[in-house]
Design a protein around this ligand. Structure first.
Ligand SMILES: Nc1ncnc2c1ncn2[C@@H]1O[C@H](COP(=O)(O)OP(=O)(O)O)[C@@H](O)[C@H]1O
Ligand SMILES: O=P(O)(O)O[C@H]1O[C@H](CO)[C@@H](O[C@H]2O[C@H](CO)[C@@H](O)[C@H](O)[C@H]2O)[C@H](O)[C@H]1O
Length: 657
C-alpha cells in the first residue's frame, strides 16, 4: 500500500463511522514521500490542506454523500475508506467567513466487493467543495455536511458546482492559464474567454458534472478520474486541428500531474484531465430527447437517424485521417474477442441476472474470433468509444448533428479507451441506443400495440442510421454481421454493468437486449440494423437525391420540417420508402390525440417541441430526472432548459420481453 493511509478493517460494517480517513503522509497523499506528488501537490492559500486533519474530518460526510451521487460509479459496494490524492485551495474563505471558499480535492474511495484490477486501490474522484459558515437557503440542496474537527471545523461544506459564485471562480481560472497547486489550467491557442458569464449547472443526467456559462461555454468537470489524458480532450483537439466541425472544439481545460506519480495503470508522466471548457451549442437538442419525443407521438425519426449515421461516418473519417490507424488481424482479433469474453465474465460476476445467458453470449465473441482465425482483417482507428443518442446534439437551426463526449465508456480504464478499435464499436453503441429509446418509451394504453410500434421504430431507425453511415463512409456496417453482433453484445454487457452501478432501475432495458442477443440465431437476419426492405425505407432513391445535394442541405431540409416529405401524398417527393414513413407520420399525427398540434417542428414533424399529450399525460420534465430514476421518466440526457424540449413521456422500463 503506497499511499500512507490506514485502511479500514474490511470485515467491519461500512458505516460512515467505520470509514477510515487515513491522512496521507506528506499532505498530497501521493505515494512516496519524495515523489513530485508529495512535494508539490498542495496549493497556495491558507495552511488548511497542510493539516492532516482535513480528510478524517470529511470522511463521515463523504461516506454518506458520495454513494448518492449519480456519478459515483461504485453503487452497491460499501466504501471502506478514503485516501487523499491532492487538495488545492482555489479560493480561500473570506475573513470572518463572509465569502465562500473553494477547495479542490482528488480522493480515492476504496470499496469492498469485486473491483476491476485498475480500481483495486479505489476509484479516484474529483470533488469541488464549497465552504461557508452558513449555507444560504438556495444552496440547501447542495449540503454535504458540517465537519467536526479538522481545519474545516464549524463550517458548512457543500457541492461547489451548485454555487454560481464558485463556478465563476473556475471560469476565471480557465481564463487565465497557469498553475495553481496541483492543478494546471490551459487555454487553446488564439482563444479569449470573456469574463462575467453567468454560470448555471445543467440538470442533464450524466456521468460527470457540467456547468453552462452564459449559454456560451459548457465546462465538464470529470468525476471519476483516470490516469492519462482523457480522450474527450485528445480527440476533439485532434478533430479541431483537422478542421472537423462536427464537434465543439475545446476552448480551455485543466489537469493535474499529481496522479501520474501514483499511476498504477497509467501512462507515466501524462497529466490527468480534470475538466474541459468548450463552446455551448445553444439551440440544440440531444438525440435521446429527440428520439423520446418522436416515440411519444409516433413520429418518423428516420431522416434524423440517417443524418446521424452520416455525421458519425464523417467523424470516423476525420479521426482516421488525423490519428494513427491499424489493421487488425488474427492475434489482435482474438485478443479483442478475449477481452469481450472477459468483460462478460466480470459483468456476470457482478450482476447475477446475466449469468443464465453467459454461454449464448459467448458464442457471439467466439464467432468473431473465428473469423480472425480464418484470415479476416478489420481496420482499427480512434473512435468515439461510447456513442449513443445522448452524445449527439442536433442544431434546431439547420438540423446539423454534432457529436460530443469523446470520453469513451467511463467505466473502462483510459488506457483501454484510447486503443485503436473497429468503428463497429461506435455503430453498435448507437444501434443499442435506438433500442434503449424504444424500450424507455411510455407505453400507450394499448401497450401491446405500442410495444410493436416502438420495436418497429427501433428497427427502422437502426436501419436508417446504417443507411446514412453507408452513404457517407462507403461501407455498410450490415455487411459485417458477426462483427456487429459481437460489438452489440459487448455493449449490452457493458450497459448491464453500467446500469447496475449507476442506475439500477434501468437494468431491465439492457437485460431485454441480452435476452434478444442470447437468443439470436447466427443468421444475418438477426443482425443489427438490418437492411430495410426497399418498400419501407429504401436505399437507391435517397442516395440518388443526396448525391445531388450537400449533406447539410439534406439535414437542413430535415430540420425545417422536410417540405414536400410530410406533405407529399402517398409517395413523398421521390416515392422513396423514407417518405412513405413521413407520410405515415402525418397520418399518425392526425390520428393521435394531441399529436396534430406538434407537427412542423423538426424533421420528424415533432421532436423538438412536442408536447406529449394524448398518451396518458406528461411525465415530469425530462430535465428534472434524478439519478436512479426509471428510464423514460424524463430521463436520459434531457436538457429541458437548454433545448426547449418539453416533458418527455415516461414509464418504468418494460420488463424484458
Ligand atoms: N457543447 C455542448 N453544447 C450544448 N450542450 C452540451 C454540450 N456538451 C454537452 N452538452 C450537454 O450536456 C450533457 C452532458 O454532456 P456529456 O459530455 O455527455 O457529459 P457526461 O460525460 O458527463 O455524460 C449532454 O447530454 C448535453 O445535453
Ligand atoms: O455518461 P456517458 O454519456 O459518458 O455514458 C454513460 O451513461 C449513459 C447514460 O447516461 C449510458 O448510456 C445508456 O443509456 C442511454 C440512455 O440514457 C442510452 O441512450 C445508451 O444507449 C445506453 O448505453 C452509457 O452507456 C454510459 O457509458
Amino acid at each position: 500500500m503506497s499511499e500512507g493511509s490506514t485502511r479500514a478493517n474490511p470485515t467491519r460494517a461500512a458505516t460512515p463511522a467505520a470509514l477510515n480517513g487515513g491522512a496521507p503522509e506528506g499532505f498530497s497523499g501521493g505515494g512516496h514521500p519524495n515523489s513530485p506528488a508529495s512535494r508539490g501537490a498542495y496549493a497556495k492559500g491558507r495552511p488548511l490542506a497542510a493539516d492532516h486533519g482535513l480528510l478524517p474530518s470529511l470522511v463521515p460526510l463523504l461516506g454518506e454523500w458520495l454513494p448518492h451521487q449519480r456519478w459515483f460509479a461504485g453503487k452497491g459496494r460499501p466504501i471502506t475508506g478514503f485516501t487523499l490524492v491532492s487538495a488545492t485551495e482555489l479560493l480561500p474563505r473570506g475573513a470572518g467567513g463572509a465569502a465562500p471558499g473553494l477547495l479542490h480535492l482528488l480522493v480515492r474511495a476504496r470499496q469492498s466487493g469485486p473491483a476491476e484490477p485498475s480500481a483495486a486501490e479505489g476509484d479516484c474522484y474529483q470533488l469541488l467543495l464549497g465552504i461557508r459558515s452558513v449555507l444560504p437557503q438556495h444552496l440547501a440542496h447542495a449540503l454535504i455536511g458540517r465537519p467536526t474537527g479538522g481545519p474545516l471545523h464549524g463550517t458548512t461544506v457543500y457541492e461547489a458546482l451548485a454555487d454560481p459564485r464558485l463556478t465563476g471562480i473556475l471560469l476565471e481560472r480557465l481564463r487565465v492559464p497557469g498553475r495553481l497547486g496541483a492543478l494546471r489550467f490551459t487555454r487553446a491557442p488564439s482563444t479569449a474567454i470573456p469574463s462575467g458569464l453567468s454560470p448555471r449547472p445543467i440538470t442533464a443526467e450524466q456521468s460527470n458534472s457540467s456547468v453552462v456559462y452564459g449559454d456560451t461555454y459548457i465546462l465538464k468537470v470529470f468525476r471519476r478520474i483516470g490516469w492519462g489524458v482523457n480522450p474527450d480532450l485528445e480527440l476533439p483537439r485532434a478533430l479541431a486541428r483537422a478542421g472537423c466541425d462536427r464537434v465543439p472544439h475545446p476552448t480551455a481545460w485543466y489537469e493535474t500531474t499529481t496522479g501520474a506519480a501514483l499511476g498504477t495503470e497509467g501512462v507515466s508522466g501524462e497529466p490527468m484531465t480534470l475538466g474541459i471548457l468548450q463552446p455551448f451549442l445553444r439551440g440544440s437538442a440531444d438525440g435521446w430527447q429527440l428520439a423520446l419525443n418522436s416515440l411519444s407521438v409516433q413520429a418518423d425519426f428516420t431522416g434524423s437517424a440517417r443524418a446521424l449515421g452520416r455525421a458519425t461516418a464523417e467523424v470516423h473519417t476525420a479521426l482516421a485521417a488525423a490519428l494513427p490507424t491499424a489493421v487488425l488481424s488474427r492475434p489482435r482479433i482474438e485478443k479483442l474477442a478475449a477481452g469481450m469474453a472477459a468483460r462478460l465474465e466480470a459483468a456476470a460476476d457482478a450482476v447475477p441476472a446475466l449469468r443464465p445467458y453467459r454461454e449464448q453470449l459467448h458464442a457471439a465473441f467466439a464467432d468473431f474470433a473465428e473469423l480472425g482465425r480464418h484470415g479476416r482483417t478489420w481496420a482499427a482507428q480512434r473512435i468515439h468509444g461510447d456513442l449513443h443518442l445522448g452524445q449527439a446534439l442536433r442544431a434546431v437551426r439547420d438540423g446539423r448533428w454534432a457529436l460530443i463526449d469523446f470520453e469513451g465508456e467511463p467505466a473502462r480504464p483510459i488506457v483501454e479507451r484510447r486503443r485503436l478499435q473497429p468503428v463497429a464499436r461506435d455503430i453498435a453503441g448507437m444501434l443499442r441506443s435506438f433500442d434503449y429509446a424504444a424500450r424507455s418509451a411510455r407505453p400507450a394504453p394499448d401497450s401491446s400495440a405500442q410495444s410493436g410500434w416502438t420495436q418497429e421504430w427501433a428497427r427502422q431507425n437502426r436501419a436508417a442510421y446504417c443507411d446514412g453511415y453507408a452513404e457517407a463512409a462507403g461501407v455498410d456496417p450490415r455487411e459485417e454481421p458477426e462483427l456487429m453482433r459481437a460489438y452489440e453484445t459487448d455493449k449490452a454487457v457493458y450497459e448491464v454493468l453500467y446500469e447496475a452501478r449507476h442506475r439500477p432501475d434501468w437494468l431491465p432495458v439492457p437485460m431485454a437486449a441480452i435476452q434478444r442477443l442470447a437468443g439470436a440465431s447466427r443468421s444475418p437476419s438477426d443482425g443489427p440494423g438490418q437492411r430495410t426492405p426497399k418498400a419501407r425505407l429504401g436505399q437507391e432513391t435517397p442516395k440518388a437525391r443526396l448525391s445531388q445535394e450537400a449533406p447539410d442541405a439534406a439535414e437542413a431540409r430535415d430540420a425545417a420540417g422536410a417540405p414536400g416529405r410530410g406533405t407529399a401524398s402517398g409517395q413523398g417527393e421521390t416515392g422513396a420508402p423514407d417518405h412513405a414513413t413521413a407520410t405515415g407520420r402525418s397520418e399518425t399525427a392526425a390520428e393521435a390525440p394531441g399529436h396534430g398540434t406538434a407537427t412542423g417542428q423538426g424533421e420528424t414533424g415533432v421532436p423538438d417541441h412536442a408536447t406529449a399529450t394524448g398518451r396518458g399525460g406528461t411525465a415530469g420534465p425530462a430535465g428534472t430526472s434524478e439519478a436512479g430514476r426509471s428510464p423514460g421518466a424524463g430521463s436520459g440526457r434531457a436538457r429541458q432548459s437548454d433545448t426547449g424540449a418539453r416533458p418527455a413521456p415516461g414509464a418504468p422500463p418494460a420488463p424484458p420481453a
